[in-house]
Design a protein around this ligand. Structure first.
Ligand SMILES: Nc1ncnc2c1ncn2[C@@H]1O[C@H](COP(=O)(O)OP(=O)(O)OP(=O)(O)O)[C@@H](O)[C@H]1O
Ligand code: NI
Length: 353
């Protein structure tokens, strides 16, 4: 669970970040300046990632999930411009301003402190290098003792139910997709990061393998005291794993809450539509029905509430006044003018996950 800490003697910190946040993002924004205008692909995110939690970030294709993942490591591709602040607080008490780091420090931060499994990373293995070569290369590039590192590698592979000898001697093409994905997760943990960011880590895998990876991640979190950011368009899957869920819509957070709050009292109409698009929370994603309407263009996000054109309960206000993110409970925030009318959108999905 998320291990909330009560900062009673420092109220300012407690209200600012509510708890023991390992990452605090404020006004996190990513823009691309293009011929047809400024494309805002992440728009002013405020979010805390609490130490040892698993936070799920969901949203439809093109909602900004991968941009958020990349921004967390200041790794947005050129010519994207990342602004706002990200404060990283490792257990040793430092405060690191991620967006202000030198290139060298940033290289160190990625992998050694905040590690990332990129979307589609399965295809990024070097086909001419064995898995042992991949692990050795990573350890060497970060000046880690390769012998110690290999010991940790073997333990991580075993944690992920892989046979270390077999996997280390294999070339990437000799492993199944599920094995490669688990090896990638092991690789991302070999330099002992505190935070693991995963962008669609199970998208290419069958349902059984997805479920098994999700349960392995939960074990890894406990064993290595990890914090995880799990990014996916698969809401049913992420409810099996995450302590909290953030819903992205049009490059912004629409709703954030504990997983059971998102499942039992979803308050943003978009969250309710997302839930209703799955026949029941235990069904595979393939059975999801798309939500009517289309995802906004980042150069032309609708005014007011970005969801108003697709929202069944929107009013005139919604088209002009942007709803602020406001608390529903101490652990649940939503950006909707009609939070009190959420019930008007009937939930059709079975929710007992
Ligand atoms: N290199 C780029 N330059 C400009 N815009 C980009 C670039 N890469 C992505 N975008 C735009 O940024 C927006 C957010 O994209 P992002 O990849 O974060 O979406 P996503 O939620 O991860 O989608 P998916 O589920 O398909 O992975 C989209 O409108 C996309 O077209
Ligand atoms: Ni993506």
């Amino acid at each position: 669970m998320s291990g909330r800490i009560d900062h009673s003697e420092s109220d300012a910190v407690a209200t600012e970040s509510r708890s023991d946040a390992v990452l605090t993002c404020r006004d996190l924004t990513v823009e691309f300046h293009m011929d047809r205008g400024t494309s805002t692909v992440l728009n002013g995110l405020d979010i805390d990632v609490e130490r040892n939690e698993i936070i799920g970030v969901v949203g439809e294709s093109g909602s900004g999930k991968s941009m958020f993942a990349s921004a967390l490591l200041d790794a947005v591709v050129d010519p994207g411009v990342t602004s706002g602040t990200i404060t990283y607080r490792p257990t040793d008490g430092r405060e690191v301003d991620v967006l202000e780091l030198s290139d060298d420090r940033l290289r160190q931060l990625r992998w050694e402190e905040i590690s990332m499994v990129f979307q589609g990373a399965l295809s990024s293995f070097n086909p001419t290098l064995t898995l042992r070569g991949h692990f050795a290369e990573t350890l060497e590039a970060h000046d880690y003792d390769v012998e110690d590192g290999m010991e940790r590698t073997r333990e991580l592979l075993a944690d992920l139910y892989l046979d270390p000898d077999r996997v280390l001697d294999s070339y990437p093409h000799e492993l199944s997709g599920g094995m490669k994905q688990r090896a990638l997760i092991a690789l991302s943990l070999v330099l002992e990061p505190e935070v693991l960011v995963m962008d669609e880590p199970t998208a290419a895998l069958d349902l059984l393998m997805q479920r098994s990876i999700v349960s392995l991640l939960d074990d890894l979190r406990d064993k290595y005291d990890l914090t995880m950011v799990f990014i996916t368009h698969d809401l049913p899957l992420v409810t099996k794993l995450a302590d909290r869920i953030g819903v992205l819509y049009a490059f912004e957070l629409a709703e954030v809450g504990r997983t059971e709050e998102i499942l039992r009292s979803p308050t943003h109409p978009y969250t309710r539509a997302l839930l209703n698009s799955t026949p029941d929370i235990d069904s595979p994603l393939e059975e999801m029905r798309p939500i009517e309407g289309s995802a906004p263009d980042p150069v032309n996000v609708p005014s007011g509430c970005p969801y108003h054109q697709r929202c069944p309960i929107s009013t005139e206000d919604c088209a002009t006044v942007k709803p602020p993110m406001e608390p529903v409970t101490e652990t649940h925030d939503v950006a909707c003018h009609h939070r009190d009318r959420a019930d008007e959108i009937e939930l059709t999905a079975e929710v007992d996950g």
